[in-house]
Write a new protein. Structure first.
Length: 255
């Protein structure tokens, strides 16, 4: 994609190159996207999906983290090809204008789709409702003294690497009483997105090395949870998470 030197950037402009025939996309949808973001001043490629398998990458349409893609793709049907022009003044002081080409290839599953695996003795029991939301039953006895991970569904997608940006559904409960303390399912089942290196150690251990499409259950002692967070309400708690791994993206290399 090349931006003409005399291109005008009076405001945000979205052009539909071709309209797809899929379901209309909305905020918090998970979509595979072929894209390229170009600096309109230098014509340098700022980012692209070329590093993804088949030239596409998963994108969560989260307005707090992927606002460019939300602006480009929201309310358009899957399969659409969009051109979005953004003047520098909407991107921040001193920013150059950019042009975004984005093709929403398809909507991606928002629950783990892997093959069920036989349960691991001694680990919490997990049951799913008809929408895929889990409930957890804590076994009798003390929590493990080291983090333990068991696969509940085995996916066959890309492998999560350290530092990847992952998209997940998750439920977190306390081992001590089985009560929920955090859950994406309780927020309208909107998937969450974060880097593997930006979460507590036990959660990171549960994600890295797993394949997209997998569902795992992880039990972690306070040392791998919030034990180092003085005064945190979960500081002394062993924690259990059930995690559906929906997508993983290598972080854009620094230039």
């Amino acid at each position: 994609m090349t931006v003409p030197a005399d291109a005008a950037f009076a405001g945000v402009e979205r052009t539909v190159i071709s309209e797809g025939d899929g379901e209309d996309l909305v905020v918090n949808d998970l979509v595979s996207v072929q894209y390229q973001i170009v600096d309109a001043t230098t014509n340098e490629v700022v980012d692209s999906s070329a590093r993804g398998e088949g030239g596409v990458l998963p994108v969560l349409l989260d307005p707090n983290q992927s606002s460019l893609f939300v602006a480009a793709l929201e309310c358009e049907p899957a399969g659409s090809r969009i051109l979005l022009a953004l003047p520098g003044n909407v991107l921040g002081e001193g920013a150059n204008s950019v042009v975004v080409y984005a093709e929403a290839v398809e909507k991606l599953p928002e629950v783990a789709t892997g093959t069920p695996v036989e349960s691991t003795p001694g680990m919490p029991t997990v049951k799913l409702d008809d929408k895929g939301a889990p409930t957890v039953t804590i076994p009798d006895g003390d929590a493990p003294t080291a983090t333990e991970v068991a696969v509940l569904k085995q996916g066959d997608g890309a492998t999560v690497a350290s530092g990847d940006l992952v998209v997940v559904q998750y439920l977190g409960v306390k081992w001590s009483d089985g009560k929920e303390f955090d859950s994406s399912w309780s927020r309208d089942a909107a998937p969450a997105q974060f880097q593997t290196t930006g979460v507590v150690a036990g959660f990171q251990k549960a994600l890295e090395g797993q394949k997209v499409g997998s569902q795992v259950v992880v039990v972690m002692p306070p040392a791998d949870g919030y034990g180092a967070s003085e005064g945190h309400e979960l500081q002394k708690e062993s924690l259990v998470f059930v995690v559906d791994i929906l997508a993983t993206t290598p972080v854009q290399p620094q230039q």
